[in-house]
Design a protein around this ligand. Structure first.
Ligand SMILES: Cc1cc2nc3c(=O)[nH]c(=O)nc-3n(C[C@H](O)[C@H](O)[C@H](O)COP(=O)(O)O)c2cc1C
Length: 300
């Protein structure tokens, strides 16, 4: 039985991709050489978030290990659109899978400029919009407000015919309403969940307790958010007719299968790849075995 998946016009070898920002394919190529191309762990590669201008990211410390997860306040460091196109794109285009470029703006105009630039690049197969960011004018998260989100997605839709995936924020009062707004704006797919807003205080006893992370707050990921991801993926899949990419705490194929059974077409793995860079391949192999037997839960 074929393990391939059709997703927004892309033919993928299996249903497992990476979560944006959690697998540096350029560094992995340096570390693993040609073996990475031979055994690439994902069926498509999602870049980290690219912004119009270069960003340095948040001050250190940027990570906090939480029970069953990780709080990060990396702050989206990147070389900006021009740096991405000049320095990263040629290398990412050599990967043996389709490239999905993840972009973030703080206004509809910024988003549509980023999408328009990606539209011109044949190396880019699809575009993911990271909408977990405040609008510079209103201060509200673009992805948490259905009206604003539909407007941003509509502006991006007018700038490209490539598949548009909207990566929803879980930090919203009504995530299915946001998914429906993304669909109404012209999205071809939605992906979720991004990290949940979280915080840790500095560990010292006594004295003033300060936020540990340089960014003040951060985003929680990993097994700690798996049940939240499952609930949100199920609710969104029930609401929209476009495909859903499910992620959040996937470590094994049984977790991926849960998301697929809840309505996801693809599954992404993020935090677990820091521990095992081959997680994507392991999860895909487990799902393949499950399809062959038609029953039972593999433990891979
Ligand atoms: C260190 C780190 C960096 C991340 N960077 C990005 C990013 O650049 N853009 C984005 O859309 N999501 C980013 N994410 C969110 C992940 O893609 C994913 O949505 C989230 O971590 C949930 O999946 P997981 O529990 O498997 O990690 C990042 C997550 C982590 C842990």
């Amino acid at each position: 039985m074929s393990h391939g998946v059709e997703f927004c016009g892309l033919s993928l070898a299996h249903p497992v991709i990476n979560g944006s920002g959690t697998f540096d394919a350029i560094a992995a190529r340096r570390a693993f050489g040609p073996a990475l191309e031979r055994d690439f762990p994902f069926a498509a590669y999602v870049s980290k978030t690219i912004t119009l201008a270069a960003r340095a990211g948040n001050p250190a410390p940027r990570l906090w290990e939480a029970p069953g997860g990780l709080i990060n306040s990396i702050g989206l460091p990147n070389n900006g659109l021009d740096g991405y196109i000049a320095e990263d794109l040629a290398q990412l285009a050599e990967l043996p899978v389709p490239l999905i470029t993840n972009v973030m703006g703080s206004t509809a105009e910024e988003f549509s400029a980023l999408v328009g630039a990606c539209d011109q690049r044949p190396e880019i197969a699809a575009i993911e919009l990271n909408v977990s960011c405040p609008n510079v004018k209103t201060g509200l998260d673009i992805g948490a407000d259905p009206q604003q989100l539909a407007q941003v997605v509509g502006a991006c839709r007018a700038s490209t015919r490539k598949p548009l995936i909207v990566k929803l924020t879980p930090n919203a009062a009504n995530v299915p309403a946001c998914a429906a707004a993304a669909q109404d704006g012209g999205a071809d797919a939605v992906s979720l969940i991004n990290t949940l807003r979280a915080m840790a205080l500095s560990p010292q006893e006594g004295g003033e307790r300060r936020p540990w992370l340089g960014g003040g707050t951060g985003g929680l990921s990993g097994p700690a958010i798996r049940a939240v991801a499952l609930a949100q993926v199920a609710a969104v899949a029930a609401r929209v007719s476009i495909p859903v990419v499910g992620m959040g705490g996937v470590q094994r194929s049984s977790h991926a299968r849960d998301l697929i059974d809840a309505g996801a077409t693809l599954v992404a793995v993020g935090t677990e790849t820091f521990r095992d860079p081959a997680t994507g391949a392991r999860v895909a192999a487990g799902l393949r075995a499950l399809r062959r037997t038609g029953e039972g839960f593999p433990t891979a």
